[in-house]
Design a protein around this ligand. Structure first.
Ligand code: SAM
Length: 175
């Protein structure tokens, strides 16, 4: 079942790079969709749209004025990534076995306490403070058991040809 990443409290000036990197990681590691709340940021949306156009896949980013509404109206299950939650490797088998669509909440500077009670699982990736990007990447890697590393991105215009040294990128022309 699909994965949507909900980023709380985006602030364009302070969070621009982090939120961009969070959604790039979400896309690269197998999530289907990103939603962010806080301040609407057209630049963020355009950056992600450009990456998806060039590098393929169906990942999309959208803005939601109210994160509570997104969570309350979510018909699947909700995972909240927080250093205060239960260790991810203890709960990921249960999360994976649950066939519902997953919404993964990732916080910003201050996470409202309601997020903890609305989540079906509060999950930590170590109990140390680090970053939303590293927490999400590790969570997805464990959730997909590494299979996300072989994900194909349909409709890509660009593709990297892995090299031992240097850079090789080819342009894919449609048949
Ligand atoms: N005190 C916050 C917390 O509750 O995890 C840390 C804030 S951190 C700047 C922003 C976001 O990164 C958090 O809301 C959480 O989603 C994620 N994060 C940071 N460290 C994490 C960890 N050890 N486990 C899971 N998520 C983490």
């Amino acid at each position: 079942m699909g994965i949507t990443v909900l980023r709380l409290g985006h602030r364009p000036i302070r969070d621009k790079r982090v939120t961009t990197h969070l959604f790039l990681a979400a896309r690269a590691f197998g999530a289907d969709r990103g939603i962010y709340s806080g301040v609407k940021d057209r630049g963020l949306e355009e950056t992600l749209a450009r990456v998806c156009l060039e590098w393929g896949g169906s990942f999309r980013v959208e803005y939601a004025e109210s994160w509570r509404k997104v969570v309350k109206e979510w018909s699947g299950k909700v995972v909240h990534l927080t250093m205060y939650g239960v260790p991810f490797r203890d709960v990921i088998p249960a999360i994976r076995d649950d066939s519902a669509e997953k919404l993964i909440i990732v916080g910003g500077e201050k996470v409202p306490s309601e997020a903890y009670s609305l989540a079906d699982w509060n999950v930590s990736v170590t109990s140390q403070p680090h970053s939303e990007v590293s927490a999400l990447a590790l969570f997805l890697h464990e959730y997909f058991e590494g299979q996300e590393l072989d994900k194909k991105f349909d409709g890509a215009r660009l593709r990297v040809v892995p090299q031992e040294r240097g850079k090789k990128v080819v342009t894919i022309t449609s048949p």
